[in-house]
Every structure is written in C-alpha cells, then in structure tokens.
Design a binder for this molecule. Structure first.
Ligand SMILES: Cc1ncc(COP(=O)(O)O)c(C=O)c1O
Length: 395
C-alpha cells in the first residue's frame, strides 16, 4: 500500500463537506432532510450571470487563460474595491483562483515555512487550521469564546498571542461561524501592530456583502496606508452571488506575493475556469439588486430565528451581524440530555428529527452548534418547530 505523506496524514477531512455526504446518503434512502448545515446560499445564481457563462461557452471562451486571471475580471475586482472602499489595487496585485479556499491555500503556501505560527480566530472556519498544518505551520488560536463578550472579534485577542514565530494572522470578518464583524477601530489597531513586526495580516472578507448592520465595512487597505504591503485581502464570489459551484475567488496582495502565488497556481491548477471568469465579470459589474434582495431575505430569516430561539430559552447566542449562520451555545441541552458533547447532540437531532446541524467542535468551539439559515423560510419554520419540541422535552 502506498505510504501517504506525513503532511496529508496530519490533515483531517472537512466536517462540513462530510455532512453533505451524509445528507446525500440519507436522501438516497428516501428520507426528507432539513439541511441547516449548508455553507452556501439556497438561491440560484441569477440569470444575467448564467447568461454570461453561456455566452462564454458559445463564443468558445473555453481554453486556458492567463494564470492569475483575465484582465477584464481583474478590472472588475479593481472597480469594486474602488467603489466600495476607495482603494485602487494594481492589476499586478490581483490573483484570481478557483475559489477563495484556493486563494488562501496559495497565500499560506507562499508565506509559511515549517514551524511558523499563524494566529487564527476561534471559533474558526474549518479549513484555516488544516491549511496551516498542511504548510508545516502551527495554528495559534485567538479566542473569541470569552463569556460576556460572546464571539466579539478584538485586536487584543490576536495581539496577546504574537511571538517571535508569528508569520501571519487571519481575520475573518464577517466570521463563519459566528457572523461577527471586526470593527474599524480594532482592525486598524491589529494591522498597525502586526505590520510593524513584519507579520502578514490576512483578511478573509468573503461574507463582506452579507451584513445586517448600518456600519460601512472597513477598508483594510486604507486603515493604515503604510501597512499595505503587509495586508492581504482574500475574497469570493461564492456567497455574495450564490456562485459556489462556479469556483471563483481572488486575492489582493502585494505584487511580490501575487507573483509567488501565481507561480504556485501555474504549477497546480493553471487558472480558474475560463467560463466562470466571464460569469464573474458580469456578477461584479452588473447591478446588485439581487444581492440586496438576498441579504434582506437572510436578515428576515435571522430575525425569525432569533425570535424562535429566544422562545426556547436557555440557548446563548450572539445575534449575527453578517454571513448566514447562527452559532449558539447548547451546553444546557447537552447536559440536560446527558450527552457527551455537541457531536452526540447533533447526531441525535439528525437521527430523530432528520435535521442537519454542524457540531461546534468542527469550529473549535465545544458545546456549540452552527445553524445555517441559508435555507428556505418554510424549512426554517418546520425545523424550528421540531427543534423547539425536542429541546423542551423533559424540561
Ligand atoms: C470564511 C470562509 N472563507 C472562505 C471560504 C471559501 O469559499 P470559496 O472557496 O467558495 O470561495 C468559505 C466557504 O465556506 C468560508 O466560509
């Protein structure tokens, strides 16, 4: 049998992608599953974007493209950040990749040497620690589980962990799984602190357009202009435009870093799908009414969720400011039902109610569950009816 590399042996499978498999198996057995595990919009990609993809195929735009992405798409990315954040990225600073997951992978591969530390938030998006480990680095966790300041993303939580080995920090705002946003003040303090120590600040802003507060999303590149070389923005079209399957993400980084990432992409995936790149140009350049409608619908669902969870009582959560997840503390129910942990609670809910929820342990937060509201209001109503009966049993 082939001996697997130590790198891959140290990696664990994605718990969220595993849930997709479980769901498919259960559905194949004829079960009706309510899926609150989804990390993707339940809306279809809009027609204008689909048409741009179809037009690309019809025009035979079906060959390799420049590794770092077609010029038209880079221009569209440039315009978005100019319009939204008053920051103009040079074309040479932009690298388009097959999904922002791969953008992050390239970025970490380009900067992390064995033994380097990367400070990541906890609760974390499941891939951060695995990617860091895969590069030979060590993930260090900025804890946002503090009682009383639930999930608040603070600069202090990162700064206190800085060591001589720190090579990069990752800020995910709005956060998956908590939906919390790091405010401009904290972000400025964090960038200012780390860039002076030559530590790269990576901002994963892939949910930045899905926010429910009135505050403008801060512009990481403008907060500390002298720090720009040491700030890397990673973003995605997946969530904003309901384009998860098209696989388009991008990074805005220093030119030197962009060149390094492009080199890795040259020898791994070559380029993001040509057809998807054309569709992405349309997504970024077309009007955003559909995005606004989707966000308004997520907000309605979030508020409904909060109301129902409040009725159940004893579940501690912080109202998400963005993204489409509720992350809540189910310690009471785990103890009350005499379960070992959140995995057992999630499994019992799946077996008894046919509802998929993601155990908090997957995000480094034991006793929590992540509930995605990127699913229809009908399913949310029926799921919450079932859940509230289940959670009240024997109370
Ligand atoms: C925080 C975060 N970053 C990055 C990604 C990757 O998204 P994609 O590769 O589809 O761009 C996800 C997807 O779930 C995510 O939640």
């Amino acid at each position: 049998m082939v001996k697997l590399s130590e790198r891959v042996q140290s990696m664990t499978s994605s718990p969220t992608l595993k849930l997709v498999q479980i769901k498919n198996q259960l559905q194949a057995q004829g079960k009706v599953i309510l899926d609150f595990g989804a990390g993707e919009p339940d809306f279809p990609t809009t027609d204008n974007i689909k048409k741009a993809g179809i037009a690309a195929i019809k025009k035979n735009f079906t060959k390799y493209t420049t590794t770092s992405g077609i010029a038209e798409l880079k221009k569209a990315v440039q315009k978005v950040y100019e319009r939204e954040q008053g920051f103009t990225a040079a074309e040479m600073q932009i690298v388009v990749s097959p999904g922002s997951k791969y953008s992050l992978f390239l970025l970490l591969q380009a900067v992390i040497d064995p033994g380097d530390e990367v400070i990541i938030p906890r609760p974390y998006w499941v891939s951060y620690p695995e990617m860091v480990k895969f590069c030979g680095g060590r993930a260090v966790y900025a804890d946002h589980l503090q009682p009383g300041r639930l999930f608040e993303l603070t600069a202090a939580s990162y700064i206190s962990l800085c060591s001589a080995r720190t090579k990069a920090v990752i800020v995910n705002s709005p956060s998956n799984p908590t939906g919390k946003i790091m405010g401009g003040g904290d972000l400025r303090q964090l960038i200012d602190f780390f860039y002076k120590k030559n530590i790269l600040v990576i901002i994963d802003d892939c949910y930045r357009k899905i926010i429910y507060t009135d505050q403008a999303y801060p512009s990481p590149m403008n907060l500390v202009p002298a720090a720009r070389e040491m700030v890397a923005v990673v973003s995605s079209l997946s969530k904003t435009f309901a384009m998860t399957g098209w696989r388009i993400g991008y990074s805005i980084v220093s030119e030197a870093l962009a060149a390094a990432m492009t080199k890795i992409q040259e020898h791994s995936t070559s380029n993001a799908c040509s057809i998807s790149q054309k569709a992405a140009v349309e997504a970024l350049s077309g009007d955003e009414d559909a995005v606004r409608e989707m966000v308004a619908e997520y907000r309605r669902r979030r508020d409904y969720f909060a109301g129902r969870v409040d009725e159940i009582g004893h579940i501690t959560y912080a109202l998400p400011d963005g993204a489409f997840y509720f992350f809540a503390d189910f310690s009471y129910d785990i103890a009350h039902k005499k379960f070992k942990d959140d995995n057992q609670l999630a499994m019992d809910i799946l077996e008894k109610l046919n509802i998929i929820l993601v155990p908090g342990s997957a995000f480094g937060a034991a006793n929590h569950l992540r509930i995605s509201y990127a699913t229809s209001m009908k399913d949310i109503r029926s799921g919450l009816d079932k859940l509230s009966t289940y959670l009240r049993e024997g109370k």
